[in-house]
Structures are given as structure tokens and as C-alpha cells.
Design a protein around this ligand. Structure first.
Ligand code: MOS
Length: 762
């Protein structure tokens, strides 16, 4: 339970320290990996040394003779005992359909081939090293341009309108360019762990997760259990961002191991195993063609994308759903192709569709501005629109140009000399770039239970997830606001299937989904208290209209200055607690979506999917880079993001999300790439030493401004999610700044020194 320890009048929109901050920095917060179980056995994975083929033989003699080894599970022991849970993209639970110990088949390098169980971690690791697996290997395809890659037309409903080919032929100015983004991997500080324990026929799973109900229902399906038999606990998560959003391959294997040993089992996968047993960002390629008239008005927009996925799974992100909806344009074409290679199935990674696709679009927009001799902000202004161009649906709110204007002022954009290489500071070439960012505003069904205790404290319980985003704080602020209680009287309990269900913490929906339902439950509590005190024979509210009573500043208040402390009103109304359970089904979804929620299945709506409207959050990102004229070393001393995202619930954690997004954007643009041995289809920089991410010295000044925005349509509280808004535009803003500094257009991420060495136009 997390109790707030701050300011007495805080509510929705307040700037407070996160209420779980103290627990985290003092080590009291228990992450999914931290829970102690009595007498655990330890599991270590052995993973495949080939990317494609079959297991030919297993010799476990030496492994089993290691002292302390309890058992070794391979496909010979497991098979169909762990069943299918369905691929999430087809309405199932799992992030991949690959079931590692179901057969001798090898789909990718690093696939789990054995679970080694021992009394100690060291014995399990030793035995895993001694386990001999022989393979019948076939030549693998690693990805783009690999032999044996299979193409699939991925999207049947590619956004399109008018005649883009004709409009491109007729346009006065045209940009045509190819872009590429690399494979990128999650490196959460909390590794991919699972702990399972059985009590009779009841299973408890401790696992860092973005979807505890998804794990409960998915594992129940795989092991033929009633979901009620499975409890999943994940109160804190040490890095998620999509890496823990869907059911993993490992969870049911560890549950099965615990059942067979009749003993709790703890698994900790290694850092490098995390590269092949969890999700990652797929490698993509793009061709963007923009046609404009001489004034810069877009006449045609065509975006083709190619994405690499695994052999069996048609995972795709298809960010054309966003890039075709940013600017006014009458002729739009798009197409997405996926390529099946011998790789593990990619998956969610912060703003999965938008990051690669918006990099391509916003780079191409900058190229168009250069070709037109136009300021890039003015090009966005001339193509601004109040309706999304594909379906003609009005945006609920769109503050894009307000963000650009506020940002330009704060950044000093008017001082920018547009000529590349012209803003030199000694040995450093200074570049200023900007880009649009956007993210669909999602919401899902959610439930919550709010209890007002006789002492006048409130407890909020819902199986939501705080993946570092500030959900505890946003929920507490909402309850404090609606119950009129000081923040330190609110306790929040989340991340446990013992609580009523909340959606997957994905698609930036948690704040909108959960705060709306918490507000609803608080209103029910107020209503119950008001009904009781107005029905009572005495007291200041006897006979009043219950609907006229409000909760504020620790009091119940009614007409004619009638008021009473909440604790006193509680004592009059009930000698126990007042409790309310609330459900919220967002506009655009049917009541049956609640059933999906209870089953742990995603039921998100929003973005461009709404029938009558389009709902997105927008922002403008500004970057200063400095490129050394001699060495081409790239520095990024300054980043500014200006955003509007409806009602902000928890101001400080919202700003932190956006700052983090900008920093991740710098990481993506300048540092991150998973290098692949193309012959073996194997990752080779799969550790924190060689997978480059920025350190403090790489990050200069990062500033965030959030503009006020009232949106009455998106949901009752007017909340637009912003967890994924921050990093969408940054790749392009940096590439555009690098162009401005050097005159060299880099269309393939990451942008590193070697890509700037050849061309010396500035
Ligand atoms: Mo986020 S990639 O939608 O978990």
C-alpha cells in the first residue's frame, strides 16, 4: 500500500512529488523480482545456438551430475503440457506464437531450449553450461536482403484517399526519399524474471508486468486452469515500455516447473537472454514521397513501409495510421509490407508505430521545406488541419501550431539562419532542427474499488500498473480531488489480480482509463454518504437533496453553508466503511468490452478508430546539435519539447515522462542499434557495455512545456495520454538539426560520426 505524504490541498493537475518515491529510493518498494518465497528452486535457461533448424540430440548426462540439480526440462518433457495462449494481434495473449519447448523446432537464435532447475542459482547455471544440445542447422535469413526472406502484404486497410500517383506527377515540388531505422532492444534495469509458487491447486506468479490480468488469463489457458486459480503480483516495475505488455514464453514454463518440483521456482534470465525472449523494436525501411504546390501546400503524400518480423508471426506496427493523418492533403497512399525472417518476434517498444514512421515523415517534411526554401515551421502551418485528412473526421483538439509557436519563441527560432553550416561556433557547427510529434489518445474499459474508512481515509484498489510513469500519484490525486481529502489520506493499491481489473499499461491509456473510473467510484462513494446523511433524522444535512452535497477540504458540504467533517459524517452514516466499485466503458466501446477486460484482453479505442472524431495529442520538438567540424563528433546540448495533452493529472510525473521521452529520442537518434551477424542471424552487442545508450554527460539541457488544452470529447476528465508522446518526433528533429549543422542528410538511424565523415559540404 502506498500512502501519500504531501500537501493537503493537492488534486487533479497538482505538481507533487510521486507518492511512491520514498519507497523506491529507500528500497522498500517490492518489484516483481524482489518477492521472497520459502525454499525456492532456481531456474536457468539454456538457449539455442542456431537460428533455424531442429534439435538433433540432447545429452544431459554431465548436466544432471552437477550437485544440486533437480531437473532439466526440454521439449521431450514439456510438449503440449504448456498449451497455446494465442497471438495478441489475433485476439490472444502471447507476444509470440513460438512455444519454445513444444517441439524440436528452432525458430530463432536464443530460443529457450531447456529449463535447468537446481537448489542454487550457481548449480543451475553450471548445469546449463554442461548441457549438450546438438542441432540440425539450416541457413537462416536475418532480415532485409537476407536469402529466404518471405514478404507479406501486411495491411489490408492501408489509409488512402484520392489519386496520389497522379498528384505526385503533377506537383510543382516533390521529395522522394528512403529512410531506415534499426533493430533496437529494451534494456530495463529490472531483468526479465518470473517467480511461481503453488499452494494446492492455486498458483501465484510474481513477475514485472504491464498486464497482470493478461498473465492470469493467458497462463490459465496454457495450463488448463480456471483464471481464479491464478494470482499475479506486480506492484512496481523496473522498466517496461512495452517489453512486459504481452504474455511471455517463460511464465507458464516456470509455473509448470514449480508444479513438477512441488516447490517455488525463481527464474532470472540474463541480460543477453532478454534480447531473444522479450520484445524489441523491429528494423524498418520507408519510402516517402511528398508533392506540394509552389506555396508548400501538400498535394500528395505516399508512405510505404517495410518491417522485419519472425518466421511464424505477422507482427507489424504500420505507423502509416499516424503519418497519413498529420497534415492536410487530398491525395494519400500508403502500404505496409512485412518480411518474415529467422528472428524472434519483435513487439512493443515505446510508441511502436509512430517512432519509425514519424521519423520518415518528419524528415521528409524537412527535406520539402529545404526544397521550397521555406521555414519548416511555416510548412507545418500551411498544412495544418482541423480534420484528419483520410476520413475527414474532426480532431477533438489539435494544438500543434500553438506548440510550434510557443516552442519557437522559447527556443529562439527566429535567430536561426536557415543556410546549412552557417551557424558556426569555433570548431562546432551548430544545427537547429524541429519536428512534429503526435500520439493517438487511447482509452480502455477499467474498474476500481474505493473504500472510505470510518477514520476518513480512502483506499483505491485497481489492478492498474505503474511502470515508472507516476500512475500511483495520478490515481491518488484523482481520489483526493474527488473525495475532498488531503493527499496523505489516500492509499493506492495496484498491480495485483486480487484487485478489480484495469487495462494493459500500453498505448498510453492508463491515466485516462483509470483516473476516469476512479473518479466515478469516488462519486459513488460521495453519493452513498450523501444519501445516508440526508436520510438520517439528525445532523446538518437531514432532509437535504443528496445531489446537492459535495466533498471538499475534508468536509461534506451542503446548501446554506451546512458542513461537517468527513469523519463525523461517516460516523453518522455508517459505523463501518463506505465502499464503491465502479466500471467505466469508454465512448465508442460496447458493454462487452468489460468482459474482455476481465479476461485480460486489450480493448483500447481512440486515435483514428473513433467513428465520429479523431483524437490525438500533439507537440513540437526542437533540438540543437553541435557537430565538430574536424572530427564530426555529434553533441546534443539542448532539447525543448512543447506539448498539449488535455487535462494533466499529475504535473510533475507528466513532465518527467516527456523529459524521459526526449532523452530516449536522443538515444534512438544518436546511440542505439542492435548489431546483427547477418550470416548467423544473431545479435552480437547484447549487453549494456556494447548496446549504446546515453549517459548523463551525453544529455544537456532538456526542457518541457505543457500547454493548457481543454478537451471535452476524449473522456469525462479530458485526459490525453502522454507516456509515449515525448519520443515520437525526436529522431527527426535531431536528423533535421544535423542537416542544418552540416548540410548532410542522414536518412538511416542511428546518426553516428562515421555517417558524417564522407560528405563535407559544411
Ligand atoms: Mo507501450 S510500447 O504501448 O507499452
Amino acid at each position: 500500500m502506498v500512502m501519500a505524504k504531501t500537501d493537503a490541498t493537492a488534486g487533479i493537475g497538482s505538481d507533487v512529488a510521486r507518492i511512491d518515491g520514498r519507497l523506491k529510493v529507500t528500497g522498500e518498494a517490492r518489484y516483481g523480482s524482489d518477492f521472497a518465497v520459502p525454499n525456492p528452486a532456481y531456474a536457468v535457461f539454456k538457449t539455442s545456438a542456431i537460428a533455424r533448424g531442429r534439435i538433433a540430440a540432447i545429452d544431459d548426462g554431465a548436466a544432471r551430475s552437477v550437485p544440486g540439480v533437480l531437473d532439466i526440462l526440454t521439449y521431450r518433457d514439456v510438449g503440449d503440457e504448456v498449451g497455446e495462449a494465442g497471438f495478441f494481434a489475433s485476439g490472444g495473449y502471447a507476444g509470440t506464437t513460438i512455444r519454445p519447448l513444444a517441439s524440436d523446432r528452432i525458430w530463432h537464435d536464443g530460443q529457450i531450449v531447456a529449463v535447468v532447475l537446481a537448489d542454487s542459482f550457481e548449480a543451475a547455471r553450471e548445469a546449463a553450461h554442461r548441457l549438450v544440445v546438438d542441432y540440425a542447422a539450416e541457413p537462416p535469413a536475418a532480415g532485409f536482403d537476407g536469402p529466404g526472406v518471405e514478404e507479406e502484404d501486411a495491411k489490408k486497410d492501408d489509409p488512402a484517399k484520392g489519386d496520389a500517383e497522379r498528384a505526385l506527377r503533377e506537383a510543382a515540388v516533390m521529395v522522394e526519399a528512403d529512410y531506415a531505422t534499426p533493430t533496437q532492444h529494451h534494456n530495463p534495469i529490472e531483468l526479465f524474471t518470473t517467480t511461481c509458487a503453488w499452494t494446492g491447486d492455486r498458483l501465484t506468479i510474481w513477475e514485472p508486468s504491464q498486464n497482470v490480468y493478461g498473465i492470469r488469463n493467458g497462463v490459465a489457458k496454457q495450463l488448463s486452469l480456471d483464471p481464479e486459480q491464478v494470482r499475479v503480483v506486480s506492484p512496481y516495475v523496473g522498466g517496461a515500455f512495452g517489453s512486459r505488455g504481452s504474455l511471455t514464453q517463460r511464465t507458464a514454463l516456470i509455473a509448470l516447473a514449480a508444479k513438477r518440483l512441488n516447490r517455488p521456482v525463481k527464474l532470472m534470465a540474463t541480460r543477453d537472454q532478454g534480447y531473444t525472449i522479450a520484445t524489441y523494436r523491429a528494423e524498418t525501411r520507408h519510402r516517402v514521397r511528398l508533392g506540394a504546390d509552389a506555396q508548400g501546400r501538400l498535394q500528395a503524400l505516399s508512405h510505404e513501409g517495410w518491417e522485419v518480423t519472425s518466421r511464424p508471426d505477422s507482427y507489424k506496427v504500420a505507423g502509416t495510421s499516424a503519418t497519413t493523418r498529420v497534415y492536410a492533403c487530398s491525395n494519400i497512399a500508403s502500404e505496409v509490407t512485412i518480411l518474415h525472417a529467422d528472428r524472434n518476434t519483435p513487439g512493443f517498444m515505446r510508441s511502436p508505430p509512430e517512432v519509425p514512421y514519424v521519423f520518415a515523415l518528419e524528415s521528409a517534411m524537412d527535406e520539402l521545406a529545404v526544397k521550397l526554401g521555406m521555414d519548416p515551421i511555416e510548412l507545418r502551418r500551411i498544412n495544418d488541419t482541423d480534420v484528419e485528412p483520410v476520413g475527414g473526421k474532426p480532431f477533438t483538439t489539435r494544438s500543434l501550431m500553438k506548440c510550434f509557436d510557443a516552442g519557437a519563441k522559447a527556443f529562439g527560432w527566429s535567430e536561426r539562419d536557415p543556410t546549412p553550416g552557417s551557424m558556426r561556433d569555433g570548431d562546432w557547427l551548430v544545427g537547429w532542427g524541429c519536428a512534429t510529434t503526435l500520439y493517438p489518445t487511447h482509452i480502455a474499459p477499467a474498474t476500481a474499488r474505493v473504500t472510505l474508512t470510518p477514520a476518513g481515509k480512502a483506499i483505491v484498489r485497481t489492478a492498474a500498473h505503474d511502470i515508472g510513469t507516476g500512475a500511483y500519484t495520478a490515481i491518488a490525486l484523482t481520489a483526493a480531488d474527488r473525495l475532498g481529502l488531503p493527499l496523505d489520506r489516500i492509499a493506492v493499491e495496484i498491480g495485483d489480480t486480487n484487485f478489480p481489473p484495469a487495462p494493459v499499461a500500453g498505448g498510453s491509456n492508463t491515466t485516462a482509463s483509470v483516473c476516469n473510473v476512479v473518479a466515478k467510484a469516488c462519486e459513488q462513494v460521495r453519493g452513498q454518504l450523501a444519501s445516508a446523511v440526508t436520510a438520517a433524522g439528525d445532523g446538518p444535512f437531514a432532509g437535504s437533496d443528496p445531489n446537492a452535497l459535495i466533498l471538499a477540504e475534508g468536509e461534506l458540504r451542503g446548501p446554506g453553508n451546512a458542513s461537517e467533517a468527513i469523519g463525523d459524517a461517516m460516523a453518522r452514516a455508517s459505523s463501518g466503511a463506505i465502499e464503491a466499485y465502479a466500471e467505466n466503458v469508454p465512448d465508442g466501446l460496447q458493454q462487452k468490452a468489460l468482459g474482455q477486460l476481465y479476461q485480460g484482453l486489450p480493448a483500447l479505442t481512440g486515435g483514428a478508430q473513433m467513428e465520429d472524431r479523431a483524437q490525438f495529442a500533439f507537440g513540437a520538438e526542437f533540438i540543437e546539435v553541435r557537430v565538430n567540424a574536424r572530427t564530426r563528433e555529434i553533441r546534443c546540448p539542448r532539447a525543448l519539447g512543447v506539448f498539449a495533452a488535455g487535462q494533466i493529472v499529475s504535473r510533475r510525473t507528466a513532465e518527467s515522462q516527456l523529459i524521459g521521452g526526449l532523452i530516449w529520442g536522443m538515444s534512438s537518434a544518436l546511440h542505439e542499434v542492435t548489431e546483427i551477424d547477418r550470416g548467423a542471424a544473431r545479435y552480437y552487442n547484447d549487453d549494456l557495455a556494447e548496446y549504446l545508450i546515453p549517459v548523463n554527460a551525453d544529455i544537456g539541457k532538456v526542457e518541457v512545456m505543457i500547454l493548457p488544452e481543454d478537451d471535452e470529447q476524449v473522456n469525462a476528465l479530458g485526459i490525453k495520454g502522454l507516456g509515449e508522446l515525448g519520443n515520437v518526433g525526436t529522431n527527426a528533429a535531431i536528423a533535421n538539426a544535423v542537416y542544418h549543422a552540416t548540410g548532410v542528410r542522414i536518412r538511416s538511424l542511428p546518426i553516428r560520426i562515421e555517417k558524417l565523415l564522407g560528405d563535407r559540404s559544411a
